[in-house]
Design a binder for this molecule. Sequence first.
Ligand code: ZN
Length: 328
Amino acid sequence: MTSKRHTAKDIASAQVQTVVGLLRGRDVEKAMAHEHMFVDFHETSDPDYMNVIWSNKIGAAVENASILRSQGVNLVVDWTNLGIGRNAVALRDVAVQSDVQIVCATGIYKDLRPPALARISVNDLARHFIDELRFGIDGTSIRAGFVKASATEEGVTSRERPILRAAAVAAKETGSALGFHGPLAATTKAAVRILEKEEFSLQRFVWAHAQVSSLDENKALADRGAMLQYDAIGARVDEFFGGPVSDSTMLDRLEGMIDSGFEDQIMLSTDAAVCINPPSFQYDRHNTYLYRYFEGKLAERVGTRRTRKILRDNVIFAFRRPLKIADP
Ligand SMILES: [Zn+2]
């Protein structure tokens, strides 16, 4: 009883917007759905925010991405958006040096607006996101590949609401994917109500950190068209949300989704961060785990065809470039 969302032909002909240009689905070898090359935990108004020796950070990221490349990965979706250290030029540098193509996000993390966007209206903020998707980021022609939105875990705050609305408008107007940081189902559902008021369709919604919520909650949103990510693969503890991490729990959850017909709608990733500012915030999680250890276990449990679909095809489908965005 699989609800089919895409065919092999759809995947081959889809295109993904990366920081070095368009990548065709047929050219994707292995993919990672939710990773971070850089994350900054300072407030955006703090002088230390993004105040790092970038050549060092880029060097570390290239070293890491080169290991991923040696595992066969050539597509990484990076979920660092505005407010937590997004640097599109650095991502391009990493992509060029490692030969791993990287998708960069637009959108603002929680209410962490950069100073220049602190007081602008919903419409102007939406316009800013749209320009990053259509034209480029920070004065370059590097385009964002999706919108990332989020909310405080316990509930959407009044400062986050306009940012969510702007994200919805931008995703709807461009047809782009909207990824949502949503460990708790109640907050995710509250955010979805705000997004839907702006006429955003769940067909392009990606629910990140969905493993923290129950299988029933996962199925309920998948049933409405959302794509889901289980993105703490390889973690020893989930120090952020206290969600499940063991390989066997993740495999059981995946199997639950597959049995309910959602094998076209689930993705896996590690949600690791290669470089964190300040470095003392570094958490123990490694993005090399997915293909070094988990892929084999997954194949043993669900077979190689489904493994390829979950690890690769669904990522291409979830983040495919919409037809509404024209060629450069
Ligand atoms: Zn993340």
